[in-house]
Write a protein that binds this ligand. Structure first.
Ligand code: SAM
Ligand code: DTB
Ligand code: SF4
Length: 341
């Protein structure tokens, strides 16, 4: 969708926008189930990058203590627990600028991925910048999706990050697509952007070919010590509008109501689900920030009569297919219709 279309949509009367989004949601996701995902920071803090919202940047004096890459055994313990608690996607994050093939740490990550991918969950990683070969290696190890957010508009991005560019991010996304992994790409609200910046982000994301499989929408969790620590909270109704626009602009994607839920009321979250959000991060911690207690989330979903997506038995990573043009359509081997990977 282009900016003009998104602008018109966004500024519709609130209930007209919600109705349009809900219709798309019901058409694309008739079972209305919510996917539970678990996040784990496998390497925390000490990052060379200067993303102004991030508590893991080495440039800011924050409360986060740097940790080395977790061992495979520890990661597997978390992954098994996530599966037992009902998560069908396990997302591992590392605070690195990027990864390079042939290094010890990249080989360790590949070993971790190989083991986690035996558990039957979708396997998502977010490790920063990737080259083409690293992307293929991750895909072959069993990664099903790669998270790499564009976060905001191309115009606003340099106000938030100066150590890498929007084009760098797009190049990594291209490598992920070429390797046959699904793309998880979204944004963050509350980083001093305008509404137009948010819509420009959606314009860029919805123009991907193929469109991303997953669009996380984060709301800033202001982190003491970071440049954005004093930013005001996002207007909840603006968040709902953004979710609705994401649902309409990227209809087949899982729209993930991501960071920031500890500051949202049950009512706001309910509106987000109505507007098209169909996934949450589940469990008391995101990467470093807080998340609602699992029991609280389950109680909310129950109150709303929302079911969770069940595990998909025999889930496998998409087949490698570089036979087509620049952006091959990731293929899912699984026959389960509720898992679009
Ligand atoms: N280092 C990797 C990268 O840059 O792609 C992945 C980790 S980073 C934590 C993933 C995303 O989390 C960011 O792109 C941003 O959207 C979100 N995020 C990070 N810090 C946040 C915060 N304080 N509040 C809300 N969202 C945040
Ligand atoms: C995404 O867009 N949000 C998740 C996931 N992708 C990796 C991460 C949220 C991180 C929130 C801040 C923190 O925990 O430090
Ligand atoms: Fe590093 Fe990612 Fe945080 Fe940026 S968002 S500082 S790249 S961990």
């Amino acid at each position: 969708m282009n900016f003009q279309e998104l602008h018109q949509l966004y500024h519709l009367p609130f209930f007209d926008l919600l109705q349009r989004a809900h219709e798309v949601h019901q058409l694309q996701w008739p079972d209305g189930k919510i996917q539970l995902c678990t996040l784990l920071s496998i390497k925390t803090g000490g990052c060379s990058e200067d993303c102004g919202y991030c508590t893991q940047s080495a440039r800011y004096k924050t409360d986060v203590e740097s940790e080395r890459l977790l061992s495979k055994d520890v990661v597997m313990e978390h992954a098994r627990a996530a599966r037992e608690n009902g998560s069908t996607r396990f997302c591992m994050g590392a605070a690195w600028r990027g990864v390079r093939g042939g290094t010890e740490r990249f080989n360790q990550v590949l070993e971790i991925v190989k083991d986690v991918s035996t558990l039957g969950m979708e396997v998502c990683v977010t490790l920063g910048e990737l080259g083409a070969q690293e992307a293929v290696a991750l895909r072959e190890a069993g990664v099903t999706a790669y998270n790499h957010n564009l976060d905001t508009s191309p115009e606003h991005y340099p106000n938030i990050v100066t150590t890498h560019t929007y084009e760098d991010r797009l190049r990594t996304i291209r490598h992920v697509q070429d390797a046959g992994m699904s793309v998880c790409c979204g944004g963050i609200l509350g980083i001093s952007e305008t509404i137009d910046d948010r819509l420009r982000l959606l314009e860029v994301i919805s123009s991907f070919n193929p469109q991303p499989e997953s669009v996380p929408i984060n709301s800033l969790m202001p982190m003491p010590g970071t440049p954005l620590a004093e930013n005001p909270q996002v207007d909840p109704l603006d968040l709902v509008r953004m979710i609705a626009c994401a649902r309409i602009a990227v209809p087949k994607a899982k729209v993930r109501l991501s960071a920031g839920r500890t500051r949202l009321s049950d009512e706001t979250q309910a509106l987000c689900f109505f507007a098209g959000a169909n996934s949450i991060f589940y469990g008391e911690r995101l990467l470093t920030a807080e998340n609602p207690a699992a029991a609280k989330d389950l109680a909310l979903l129950k109150k709303l009569g929302l079911e969770t997506l069940e595990a998909c038995p025999g889930l496998e990573a998409p087949e490698l297919d570089n036979a087509h043009a620049a952006y091959p359509q990731p293929k899912a081997k699984s026959s389960c219709t509720s898992c679009v990977i």
